[in-house]
Design a protein around this ligand. Structure first.
Ligand code: ASP
Length: 336
């Protein structure tokens, strides 16, 4: 495991590396704005964030820019594409993007598919806003800065609660715990302790061009005793693709299997699982509605990608008008 250790280094002895911070909002940037009881809202800029974390300047020269100031439910694919473009041309040694934690597993995954720069890009945020007791944003910023400046950092990662996660696997697994981020099965790819980054090197992942438009892709889940009416609406609703989160290793009821067979005649349909960890199967269960049947009906397996991430990948690939979307989709799935 490689390490970056800045703990015993005198700041005056070395030229500090340059760290670029791009902020996009989220709880890390939220403060109470109005009367008590009205809740916190995105209001702190990137400059506010770095002022509140003076220790950052011990390890780097900081540049900060606010790209947006919103709850992460409102972020759009194009904003992440813009972040990636900005990151790719930034003159610095490491980049930290701060945003809301609600969608960080999706934005970081999209960035891992789009970012073609060489400087590490780290996503972070906070589970507690700056005015709450035990606010975690400041510590997350510092841990992210150290990670972004580490020579072994992957191109894109998520750092929360002193753990480094790969965007392919990371998921928000708790609504409030500061240890909300997990990478099921795989685990974190590194950690930060005493200002030292401990990291497992990771394989570079495939990068795509940015489409002029992302294709709209729906995500539906298998549900017990569902009449499937929503599946009937998909072809008329303007979607270019569908991801279905099956039960278990990728199973749906017989009636929904028939609906999916019909949909797959018209648009790409991906089979993922509604279970948080593990791969969808391809050759074990042979009953109607199980994975062998569904793949024979034209569905494409998402492997270990969650439905949410499979949706983003398909949206990107279809947006690029890929002549062989199955191949491009599977290229990423094989790496996960
Ligand atoms: N609760 C969220 C957060 O942790 C809000 C958001 O995602 O913007 O930042």
């Amino acid at each position: 495991m490689a390490q970056l250790d800045l703990s015993g280094t005198s700041a005056s002895m070395i030229k500090k590396p340059a760290l670029q911070i791009f902020s996009l909002g989220g709880t890390i940037a939220m403060a109470p704005k109005q009367a008590e009881g009205a809740g916190v809202r995105p209001s702190l800029t990137a400059d506010d964030l770095i002022k509140a974390a003076p220790e950052l300047s011990d390890v780097a020269d900081i540049r900060a820019e606010t790209l947006s100031l919103k709850g992460s439910a409102n972020l759009q694919f194009t904003e992440i594409a813009n972040l990636c473009r900005r990151a790719a041309t930034a003159q610095c040694d490491g980049i930290v993007a701060t945003q809301g934690t609600d969608t960080m597993e999706e934005t970081s995954f999209l960035a891992s598919l789009l970012y073609d720069g060489t400087i590490p890009l780290v996503f972070t945020g906070a589970m507690r806003s700056p005015t709450q007791p035990g606010a975690d944003g400041r510590a997350n910023l510092m841990a992210s800065a150290l990670t972004a400046l580490s020579p072994d950092a992957p191109k894109v990662s998520v750092v929360m609660n002193d753990e480094i996660h790969h965007p392919y696997y990371v998921t928000k697994a708790h609504t409030s715990n500061v240890a909300a981020f997990q990478s099921p099965v795989r685990g974190p790819i590194g950690q930060i302790a005493e200002n030292t980054v401990y990291m497992h090197p990771v394989q570079p992942s495939p990068v795509f061009n940015t489409p002029t438009q992302f294709a709209p892709v729906a995500l539906l889940s298998a549900l017990l005793d569902d009449n499937g009416n929503l599946f009937d609406t998909i072809l008329g609703a303007g979607y270019a693709g569908l991801v279905v989160e099956g039960f278990g290793a990728g199973h749906v009821s017989e009636s929904i299997a028939e609906k999916l067979a019909d949909i797959a005649q018209h648009i790409p349909v991906i089979l993922s699982s509604r279970v948080r960890a593990g791969s969808v199967f391809e050759r074990t269960y042979g009953y109607r509605g199980a994975e062998i049947d569904l793949l024979n009906k034209g569905l494409v397996p998402a492997g270990r990608l969650s439905g949410r991430k499979a949706r983003i990948l398909l949206s990107l690939i279809l947006g690029l008008g890929s002549p062989n979307w199955r191949h491009d989709f599977s290229k990423v799935v094989k790496q996960v």
